[in-house]
Design a protein around this ligand. Structure first.
Ligand SMILES: [Zn+2]
Ligand SMILES: [Zn+2]
Length: 266
């Protein structure tokens, strides 16, 4: 069984727990994707999910932005678990870290590559490259062998590679970051507006719908809109757009926020 739980989503912090069980292992495999919250917050939210830091098997960091990297290194040290990230993400993360932390984390460092699967017990994670203004960002497809979940946030535009990697996924956590009109009228400084709407920024609602149109199929049953801008978006607009695209009621569309969501089975 494959299931996931958004612990938090958005520029205030991102973390997603993925859990896979194959019936033979005594306990599920648990991967935490991103750790953009304090260790205490992660601990609380894991507890609410029925898990503990000590029960995590690995961490995957998509890129070095603070809302994703956050407290990943201290958390990994506390749990004594491997941390997967691209070489570029590691370079950027270690450049910000204190020397003692850099030294302590060395044995737990694992280098993730585009299209190279990572086996974590019953869970198979397959990273892939996305266009975003970080050193070497990766997003992820996760599988328990039967079902597949795609995580796709923090990208400036939808690429054929991302679509190829996520085609056929039954679960999807997809960025729908902003409404271009609200962004334009916001008080954000011009450089930030330019960054967000640029080809290495974040997906607008229309771009997310474009991706959804390419990824939808009858078995896509667990779709979640994520990484919404709190200022430059409206959850009800996203729900209306996704409902029209997927042929369901707006209230059926799940939107994650800084409060996260409950468990969703893929
Ligand atoms: Zn982000
Ligand atoms: Zn980012």
């Amino acid at each position: 069984m494959l299931r996931f739980r958004s612990l938090s989503s958005g520029s205030a912090g991102n973390a997603t727990l993925i859990q896979a069980t194959d019936g033979t292992a005594s306990r599920p495999a648990r991967l935490l994707v991103d750790c953009g919250l304090s260790v205490r917050q992660i601990e609380r939210r894991l507890q609410a999910a029925g898990a503990a830091i000590a029960e995590l098997d690995a961490l995957f960091i998509t890129h070095e932005h603070a809302d994703h990297l956050g407290q990943a290194l201290p958390l990994a040290l506390r749990a004594g678990i491997p941390v997967w990230a691209s070489q570029g993400t590691w370079d950027a993360a270690l450049a910000q870290a204190d020397p003692p932390l850099t030294q302590a984390i060395a044995p737990l460092m694992r280098i993730a590559h585009d299209h190279t699967p990572i086996a974590i017990g019953a869970l198979l994670a397959e990273p892939f490259t996305v266009p975003h203004d970080a050193r070497e960002p990766l997003q992820l497809r996760a599988s328990d062998g039967a079902r597949r979940l795609g995580i796709l946030t923090d990208l400036g535009h939808v690429t054929p590679h991302a679509i190829d990697m996520l085609r056929g996924c039954q679960g999807l956590l997809l960025e729908s970051n902003h409404d271009p009109g609200l962004l334009e009228r916001s008080s954000y400084p011009p450089f930030l507006k330019h960054r967000i709407r640029g080809p290495h920024g974040h997906l607008s609602n229309a771009q997310a719908l474009e991706a959804l149109a390419q990824l939808k199929h009858p078995s896509l049953t667990a779709a979640v809109a994520a990484h919404l801008s709190e200022r430059n978006n409206r959850p009800e607009w996203v729900q209306a757009g996704w409902a029209a695209a997927l042929g369901c009621a707006p209230s059926d569309i799940r939107v994650s926020s800084r409060r996260g969501l409950g468990w969703i089975e893929v």
